[in-house]
Design a protein around this ligand. Sequence first.
Ligand SMILES: *[C@@H]1O[C@H](CO)[C@@H](O)[C@H](O)[C@H]1NC(C)=O
Ligand SMILES: *[C@@H]1O[C@H](CO)[C@@H](O)[C@H](O)[C@H]1NC(C)=O
Ligand SMILES: *[C@@H]1O[C@H](CO)[C@@H](O)[C@H](O)[C@H]1NC(C)=O
Ligand SMILES: *[C@@H]1O[C@H](CO)[C@@H](O)[C@H](O)[C@H]1NC(C)=O
Length: 422
Amino acid sequence: MGTTLCFSLILLITVTDSFFEANSITFWQDTEALREFKNGLDPNSVRPGSCLSSWDFTLDPCDNLFSDKFTCGFRCDLVISTMSRVTELALDQAGYVGSLASTSWNLLPYLHTLDLSNNFFAGSIPDSLSNLTRLQRLSLSRNSLSGSVPNSIGSLSTLEELYLDNNYFQGTIPLSINGLKNLKRLELQGNRLRGQFPDLSQLTNLSFLDASDNSISGELPANLPTSLVELSMRNNQLKGNIPANISNLFYLQVIDLSHNNITGSIPSGLFTHPSLQQLTLSYNDFESVQEPGDSSQESELIAVDLSSNMIRGFIPPFMGRMRKLSALSLENNRFSDVIPTQLTLKAVLPGQGVSQLERLLLGGNYLFGAIPVQLLKMRDPGSVTVRLGDNCLYRCPLRFFFCQGGKQKSLMECKRLGHVLP
Ligand SMILES: *[C@@H]1O[C@H](CO)[C@@H](O)[C@H](O)[C@H]1NC(C)=O
Ligand SMILES: *[C@@H]1O[C@H](CO)[C@@H](O)[C@H](O)[C@H]1NC(C)=O
Ligand SMILES: *[C@@H]1O[C@H](CO)[C@@H](O)[C@H](O)[C@H]1NC(C)=O
Ligand SMILES: *[C@@H]1O[C@H](CO)[C@@H](O)[C@H](O)[C@H]1NC(C)=O
């Protein structure tokens, strides 16, 4: 009995001693992944003086970070890693019998961040990069990387931020990105990605998504992550309609889908949305705007750009009632209407508790009738920009600041749209 107790106590001391023992050797798979990443690049693109040219794997990466070898490019975190489960202690002196399962821990450096942005690195992403199992932030922005975004990237399950923007990545966006359960920010803009945008609805923490300046085709997915705050897919080849239930993405503050080929109607829900501040849908093929009901006053929208579409008909009156709206562009559409007084009033005399419309761009439409009196009285535009050029307005000489931006259309062109002109 005596020897057992003595043995147990020694064991307990040993366990306590080694508790949180720091080990400076980088987790071997991480070192391996870094090495393979470097080896996979085009050596001519690894310029002298760049982070990567300093990496020397005869030394340990995390242990030599910021020395003259691993000058930059990553950050390490000490992570508690379980080494082995050991003892069970039985202390039975004085009638006490207990057991304690104990574990020996170790602190290992793992790669937390890999940031090689703003270089000229060429080459592709090797599958082995997915072996960085504790990586939280991966940035390869602004390089000359090419090839496809590998499926294996989906196994970086601790990743919170992924920046692959401004490279030459091609092919489709892998569905496996859905595996990045902790992803908050995804930046893919400025590549050569094409095909349908994948269903990423499982990314329940994603708040920022930018896939602009690619060649993404097909329709905007109806099941985007509901956590989205900013959505940008500018300058792609999206077509079809905007799904009406996009307004169920309650946290959205910014939508930019400009420079696509989206058609149909702009859903009314976007104009009564509880948090949307910026709506940019210019340079598409929209044909109409769905008018919301009464609740349009509740809109949080500050800037709305629907320019360069094919929207026809009246300018919906609710636009003049959006209290926070301060920039509205409806330029280069087919609106045909007299200019709604509510809009010009909001630019000239906004009234209590209502934001002034500082930009009201209506040029390039088929607006007709007389120029609203409020505008005529306005000698000094101040900070207000109003553009009414290239319409069908009666007497809008270029000497009025708000008539600039193109002469009024010819009578013939105005009649072509079938108006009854005054
Ligand atoms: C991850 O590392 C292990 C061990 O080196 C290796 O066998 C495996 O192929 C690696 N995974 C990838 C995707 O390269
Ligand atoms: C999402 O974020 C929350 C809060 O930041 C966090 O508690 C949660 O674990 C994250 N992951 C997922 C998959 O929701
Ligand atoms: C929109 O509707 C589609 C299909 O009906 C559904 O899969 C998706 O989850 C909905 N999206 C939102 C944000 O409610
Ligand atoms: C999409 O729009 C662009 C520019 O607006 C246009 O050049 C192109 O022909 C359109 N593509 C389709 C398929 O409509």
